[in-house]
Design a protein around this ligand. Structure first.
Ligand SMILES: [Fe+2]
Length: 388
């Protein structure tokens, strides 16, 4: 009798627990690495799941008009099961809009002989419109983006700075490093900025990331590319969209690798040196050379500070960039605004160092690149236009 009661109580506890914590999407979906032919969609679920993205072309027909192609996360030919879902949508056309929804099927039991599924959930396309995004194109005439940095988990500040992203018609948002204080858990990333970004724009407008020195810290920092995948599988990468070619560099940590703060775990001198060969290849490409505007985005500035990391950025990257015809470099890290005109420093191009409480919006065509720095009160700090 006692055993029956115990069993009943256990079953009731499991049922109650499940009722209290139903299978659900815990964060996202947010877009990453949107290219001319593909896009990566990332989201999390409260339990293990088999997940997929359904994609429809843009149009007035209902998402339910027909069965939509499904894309799964796969590894070595097998569909993967887990709580973090990273699905690459492929075979898209440049400069086109697409609609999508994400779906997750709960996995209750998984062993070689049997897989038991639970609830299937999808983002709503019945009461709400499906998510919609646009692939990038080298041929697009104009480009608009907005950059913020050094948010350090202040999601309220992030909300103030990026409240108008959807209204502003931006192609993407750029996070130029130190969005968190360190990387210790997934929840820290969600609370710090992914949650707010998803609420404001990130299911439909992608964000790109230039890693800051604070994202190199913490036991979870090895998972950086799981949440912010790039075309190179490194935090540094490059791409062209419309009239602008972007080079995204990773300056690593700011103090010497041997500093006590890093507890013997830093190896950034070699990491920065390794980027040099890659950077030389990038500036030699036709895509870079033919772009009307060339913009470098890097968290750690090569000037206005003499700490070790910035000096290394200056030593390794500046000689190449000075010869490459760069039009503008945008940095963060110093938590203060600086604008250094071309030739005023060791840089042959202007350097804009953005503060931690301001945004930089850029609008470019093949003839001009306009940038505006605005603080959290939307007051104009600086505006300039570079022309060709
Ligand atoms: Fe920093």
């Amino acid at each position: 009798m006692k055993k029956v009661w115990l069993l009943t109580l256990t079953i009731l506890s499991i049922v109650t627990l499940h009722a209290q914590n139903p299978f659900q999407i815990t964060f996202g979906p947010y877009l990453q690495n949107v290219t001319e032919e593909g896009a990566t969609v990332i989201w999390g679920t409260s339990g293990d799941a088999l997940s997929w993205v359904e994609v429809a072309p843009d149009g007035n027909d209902h998402f339910y008009a027909e069965e939509r192609p499904q894309f799964f996360q796969t590894k070595l030919g097998r569909r993967t099961v887990g709580k973090l879902h990273t699905v690459r949508i492929r075979d898209l056309q440049p400069g086109n809009f697409y609609r999508y929804r994400v779906c997750s099927k709960e996995v209750l039991e998984m062993n070689p002989a049997k897989v038991v599924y639970g609830t299937t959930i999808c983002t709503d396309v019945f009461r709400h419109l499906p998510f919609r995004f646009k692939t990038r194109s080298a041929d697009q005439d104009s480009l608009a983006l907005v950059i913020v940095n050094d948010i350090h988990e202040n999601s309220e500040m992030l909300g103030n700075l990026l409240a108008d992203v959807k209204k502003g018609g931006y192609d993407f948002v750029f996070f130029n490093g130190d969005m968190v204080n360190n990387m210790s858990s997934e929840q820290q990333l969600i609370n710090g900025f992914i949650g707010k970004s998803t609420k404001l724009f990130a299911s439909e407008i992608p964000f790109y990331f230039a890693r800051g020195n604070h994202e190199t810290r913490g036991n979870f920092s090895d998972h950086y590319l799981d949440y912010f995948p790039t075309s190179t599988n490194e935090p540094y990468y490059a791409f062209r969209q419309g009239p602008v070619f972007f080079i995204v560099l990773d300056g690593g940590e700011d103090k010497p690798d041997s500093d006590i703060e890093y507890y013997g775990l830093a190896d950034f001198d070699r990491y920065r040196a390794d980027q040099v060969a890659w950077l030389k290849e990038v500036v030699a490409t036709e895509a870079f050379r033919s772009a009307p505007f060339k913009v470098v985005i890097t968290h750690v500035p090569p000037i206005n500070t003499t700490w070790h990391g910035p000096l290394e950025v200056k030593k390794h990257f500046l000689p190449i960039l000075n010869e490459a015809g760069v039009d503008l470099m945008i940095c963060g890290h110093l938590h203060a605004y600086h604008y250094i005109s071309a030739g005023e420093s060791d840089c042959s191009f202007p350097v804009l160092i953005n503060s931690n409480d301001a945004s930089v919006s850029i609008r470019a065509t093949s003839k001009s690149l306009n940038f505006k720095v605005q603080n959290a009160q939307k007051e104009l700090v600086k505006e300039a236009t570079l022309t060709k």
